[in-house]
Design a protein around this ligand. Structure first.
Ligand code: GUN
Length: 320
C-alpha cells in the first residue's frame, strides 16, 4: 500500500527515541492504512460493491471477544458491511462447516474470519480449509500460503501480522535510506501465521533470509549479523539489546504480559506488556525499532481491513 502523503506520513510515524533509534509508530501507520481503506471502500461502494466482512466467534474466550469486537468496530469505521456470528462452545464441526459454506456462497460477504482458538471437538485445519481462498482474509488457507510461497503476491491474501510488519519495515527502511533488497534479515520464530509468511515476504523483497527458532544453536550470532530483525517467538525479551547490529531495523511482533511493579487500585499485582526484544537495551544500537505496545499490534487489524477491501476488489474482477 502506498500513501498519497508519504512524506508527511514519514515525519509522523518515525519519532526520535532520545537515543540512536527511530521509533516506528504502528498506531499512526495503522490509522493511515485505515483511512486509506475507508477511502477505497467508499469508492468501491460507489461502484455498487460494499466490502463485507463476517467474523465467526465460537465460545466465550474473553481475549477472543475483545479481538472480535475490535475487528467489527474497525470494519464499521471503514464503511464495510460487518456481521458477527456467535456460536456456542459446544458447536459441532458440521454446524461450523455449514456456516462457512453459507458465508462462502453469500455475495455480500468478501472476507471470512474464523477467530481462533476453536474448541477441541472441532478440527480447526478442516474449518480453515473450508473457507473459500478468495474470502480468506486471514491468509491462513493453504492455497494462499502456496501463492505466497511461489511469490504470487498479486493474487495472494497474506496473513495480517506479517503484512503489517512488512509495511512498518518498508517505512523504516525508507526513513533510514537503506535497502531491503540484499539486506541480511533474520526472522526469529517459524509459525505458519507469522514466521514463515514473514520470511516469504522478505524473500520476495530480495532480502537474504534466515529463519531462526528456539532450537537455533547460535541465536546471538545470527541476530548479530542481521540488518533486519523480526522477532516472533513469544518469549519476553528473549532477544538481547547487545545482540543487535548497529543500525539494524528491529520489528518486534511479540506481545508478552509480565509482572510489573506495585499493585492496581483494586489490589491486583500490576502487569506490563513487553516484546520478544529487550527494548531499552536495543535503543542505543538499533537504527529503528517498533515499541510494544504500539508497534506491530495495531497493524494486524488494519491489514485485516486492507485484505477485506482487496478481496472485495478482486471479487469484482472475478465476476466481470
Ligand atoms: N486469534 C488470535 N489472533 C488471531 C488472528 O489473527 N486471526 C484469527 N482468526 N484468530 C486469531
Amino acid at each position: 500500500m502506498t500513501l498519497a502523503t508519504d512524506q508527511q506520513a514519514q515525519a509522523d510515524i518515525l519519532r526520535p527515541s532520545g537515543q540512536k533509534a527511530l521509533l516506528i509508530d504502528g498506531k499512526k501507520i495503522a490509522e493511515s492504512v485505515l483511512a486509506e481503506v475507508a477511502a477505497g471502500a467508499a469508492a468501491l461502494t460507489g461502484e455498487g460493491v460494499k466490502p463485507g466482512l463476517a467474523v465467526v466467534l465460537v465460545g466465550e474466550n474473553p481475549a477472543s471477544q475483545v479481538y472480535v469486537r475490535s475487528k467489527g468496530k474497525a470494519a464499521q469505521s471503514c464503511g464495510f458491511h460487518s456481521v458477527q456470528h456467535d456460536l456456542p462452545a459446544t458447536v459441532s464441526e458440521g454446524e461450523l462447516l455449514a456456516l462457512v459454506d453459507r458465508l462462502n456462497a453469500d455475495p455480500a460477504i468478501h472476507g471470512i474470519l474464523i477467530q481462533l482458538p476453536l474448541p477441541p471437538q472441532v478440527n480447526a485445519a478442516r474449518v480453515l480449509e473450508r473457507v473459500s481462498p478468495a474470502k480468506d482474509v486471514d491468509g491462513f488457507h493453504p492455497f494462499n500460503a502456496g501463492l505466497l510461497s511461489i511469490g504470487e503476491l498479486e493474487r495472494a491474501l497474506v496473513p495480517c501480522t506479517p503484512a503489517g510488519s512488512m509495511l512498518l519495515l518498508e517505512r523504516a527502511a525508507k526513513a533510514l535510506g537503506v535497502e531491503i533488497s540484499g539486506a541480511d534479515a533474520v526472522v526469529v520464530g517459524r509459525s505458519n501465521i507469522v514466521g514463515k509468511p514473514m520470511a516469504q515476504l522478505l524473500l520476495s523483497r530480495n532480502a537474504t533470509v534466515t529463519i531462526a527458532h528456539s532450537r537455533s544453536r547460535d541465536l546471538k550470532g545470527i541476530v548479530g549479523r542481521a540488518d533486519i530483525v523480526v522477532a516472533a517467538v513469544g518469549r519476553p525479551e528473549m532477544i538481547r539489546g547487545e545482540w543487535i547490529k548497529e543500525g539494524a531495523i528491529v520489528i518486534d511482533v511479540g506481545i508478552n504480559r509480565v509482572p510489573g511493579e506495585g499493585v492496581t487500585a483494586q489490589g491486583q499485582p500490576k502487569t506490563r506488556l513487553v516484546g520478544d526484544v529487550a527494548f531499552d537495551s536495543s535503543l542505543p544500537r538499533a537504527g529503528a525499532i517498533t515499541p510494544v505496545p504500539g508497534g506491530v499490534g495495531p497493524m494486524t487489524i488494519a491489514m485485516l481491513m486492507a485484505n477485506t477491501l482487496r478481496a472485495a476488489q478482486l471479487s469484482r474482477g472475478a465476476r466481470s
